[in-house]
Ligand binder design. Structure first.
Ligand code: SAH
Ligand code: SF4
Length: 350
């Protein structure tokens, strides 16, 4: 398959195109005018348009289904050129305040087809890992969803299908394009990468210059709890993970977020809340609580509303900035990977 032109940085376009100013023209067509075919680039010589079309792929994504409504969460099931399905989700809130409504729009993008990390509560991991997304496939999720919805996206979170830090180079390149003034122009502070806790990559991320935000999917404050639901914890136990978080906050002079899915009788005890509060205070981290979304084939359940509120109260009483997502996405299979799984099963021969 031809390489995607939206995987290239401006300086790479410049070394490929003569004279150099053509690169900016092309970038303008790609990211501002959002061209869907090289032939639309009418201020380029015909010869150049033909050459680009012969060398590069433009448009790696097709919309298969859209679920949900404008005022809640909208979910986009997308098909890649090789037929694989991924998901992007549009959330009417900023990531810092998932629990509340706002006039900001956040897109949650996928970074891999499937996921190799096999967290026990997550639909994305159920059928294993298939492949990494290329940078253009990540960037085009934003372009496709903006086109399909007619909305303007303010924030990007890497919390869709896949483990972004296991596709490190492609994700960093996609972020560079999303952030660049010649690209999609979204500020680094409006871009959040979420990880299940890949310690070496968290350190690497701490050392690169972009001021993007980090969310750590904790889902348990101790090894005992985390080992039950996240196999990655056996490789990088909580002590090492918190050490890496410390390094990140020190290097970036930035606060991180802990994501915490509430699962009944697994991680929702008062003791876990207390331990989480202690860690969050230590890092001055924000905590996003997410009630577990039922995944077919998995036997976990979400705690009662009372239990969720009590967990939240313990954090808040300890002085932690915590939110509880009280969204209605449940009925449209809002948790990551669920829609793809459902659709593949419907499409699969019996
Ligand atoms: N792999 C990265 C990127 C995000 S994918 C990571 O684990 O951080 C995982 C996110 O999807 C989780 O943090 C959680 O917010 C959400 N998620 C996955 N399964 C879920 C479920 N069953 N219920 C609610 N949220 C879920
Ligand atoms: Fe992969 Fe994240 Fe799902 Fe875990 S929660 S299986 S790391 S996508």
């Amino acid at each position: 398959m031809k390489p995607g032109i939206r995987s290239l940085l401006l300086d790479e376009l410049q070394t490929r195109l003569q004279p150099r100013f053509r690169a900016r023209q092309v970038a303008d067509w790609l990211y501002r005018k959002r061209a869907r075919a090289f032939q639309e680039m009418t201020d380029l010589p015909q010869e150049l348009r033909d050459k680009l079309a012969a060398e590069f792929n433009l448009g790696s994504i097709e919309v298969v289904r859209v679920l949900g409504s404008r005022d809640t969460t909208r979910k986009f099931l997308l098909r890649l050129n090789d037929g694989n399905l991924i998901e992007s989700v549009l959330i009417p809130a900023s990531p810092a305040f998932y629990g509340s409504r706002s006039d900001r729009l956040t897109i949650c993008v996928s970074t891999q087809v499937g996921c190799a990390y096999g967290c026990k509560f997550c639909a994305s991991g159920l059928e294993g890992w298939k492949r990494n997304l290329r940078p253009d496939e990540i960037v085009e999720q934003l372009i496709t969803v903006e086109r399909e919805s007619g909305d303007r996206i303010d924030n990007v979170v890497f919390m869709g299908m896949g483990e972004p830090l296991a596709n490190y180079e492609n994700v960093i390149r996609a972020i560079a394009i999303i952030n660049a003034p010649w690209g999609l122009g979204i500020g680094a502070r409006h871009i959040t990468v979420s990880t299940s806790g890949l310690v070496p990559q968290i350190r690497k991320l701490a050392e690169q210059p972009l001021q993007i935000r980090l969310a750590v999917s904790l889902h348990g404050a101790t090894d005992e709890v985390r080992n039950q639901i996240m196999p990655v914890n056996r490789r990088y136990p909580v002590a090492e993970l918190f050490e890496a978080c410390r390094y990140y906050t020190a290097r970036k002079k930035q606060r991180i977020t802990f994501e915490y899915i509430l699962i009944a009788q697994v991680n929702d005890s008062d003791e876990q809340a207390g331990e989480l509060a202690r860690r969050a205070r230590e890092f001055e981290a924000k905590v996003n609580l997410i009630p577990y979304n039922t995944v077919n084939d998995l036997s976990w359940t979400r705690p009662s509303r009372n239990r969720q509120e009590r967990f939240l109260a313990i954090l808040r009483n300890a002085g932690v900035a915590a939110t509880l997502r009280r969204e209605k996405g449940h009925d449209i299979a809002a948790a990551c990977g669920q829609l793809r799984l459902q659709t593949e099963r419907q499409l699969a021969p019996p």
